[in-house]
Write a protein that binds this ligand. Structure first.
Ligand SMILES: [Zn+2]
Length: 272
């Protein structure tokens, strides 16, 4: 199938009350593994491309390869930028054919976040491309603090943010963090429930690697419609490669496909 927008995919997810799996990929082996899993499960899927990945594989090559792979995958695929901080990179992604973008100014003062998000929405919506933005801040260190109130998404502010920016999806901070959790993650479902009640857009959970399946399911039941995975998938492939040193590079590439397939398969099953 050809690529679809995040807004369209989320509309279907809302009707079916399930969540889409978002998998960050920086090479074609990862994409191949994820698409194989999604196709077998007949689940629409999001291939995300982080801003640091631009250095590793150029955006035009990545985009055209993913488009071709999505054509033959027989499932709806969203091609999405993850945590982009520069409007220029978002402009490029739209030019090359991404169907969705994430702008992330969540570490900036509120009004700056609103303005940067509005700029991205204006640019993307002109081309029929969807926009995700983050409010509150999902940290990148795996740290969990005793009092996270300054980084959690405020439900009242979320309502204002959605209204003023016109985004298609809102990434929330409710105790989720990026990377490996240093302590057991404790999601604040009470906050999620309030955000769900006060906003009309689908909600996104980042940093889902390491969150127990039962908590993910509960989050989906409370309005999460997009769940981001990366760390677990990378760790699974790296562990497998480390466990059998001395193999040929060709075999290692096959291992990446296989391990990303297995990791994505497990995650998507939880979201259905
Ligand atoms: Zn993230």
């Amino acid at each position: 199938m050809s690529l679809i927008t995040l807004a369209k995919a989320l509309e279907e997810a809302e009707k079916g009350r399930y969540a889409l799996g978002n998998f960050d990929c920086f090479n074609l082996e990862m994409v191949k593994g994820v698409l194989k899993a999604a196709a077998e499960l007949q689940a629409p899927v999001i291939i995300a491309y982080g801003e640091p990945f631009i250095e590793h594989i150029d955006m035009p090559y990545f985009t055209s390869a993913v488009k071709e792979m999505a054509e033959t995958a027989n499932i709806p695929v969203v091609l999405h930028t993850d945590h982009y901080t520069k409007l220029e990179n978002i402009r490029q992604a739209i030019r090359y054919g991404f169907t969705s973008v994430m702008i992330d100014s969540s570490d900036k003062p509120y009004e700056v976040n609103v303005q940067n998000t509005r700029d991205a929405v204006k640019l993307a919506h002109e081309s029929g491309v969807s926009v995700e933005s983050e409010l509150g801040h999902v940290s990148g260190l795996g740290d969990i603090f005793e009092d996270d109130s300054h980084v959690f998404t405020n439900p009242e502010t979320a309502a204002d943010f959605v209204e003023r920016t016109g985004i298609d999806a809102l990434a929330v901070s409710i105790g989720n963090v990026h990377g490996i959790y240093k302590a057991e993650p404790k999601l604040r479902f009470d906050i999620l429930e309030k955000i769900s009640a006060m906003t009309a857009v689908p909600l996104v959970l980042h940093g889902a690697s390491g969150i127990p399946d039962e908590d993910i399911k509960r989050a989906v039941s409370l309005g999460i419609r997009k769940v981001n995975y990366y760390t677990d998938m990378c760790a699974a492939a790296a562990e497998k490669i480390d466990a059998e040193p001395g193999r040929h590079l060709f075999d290692l590439c096959r291992t990446i496909v296989e391990e990303c397939y297995k990791a994505a398969y497990k995650k998507i099953q939880v979201l259905k």
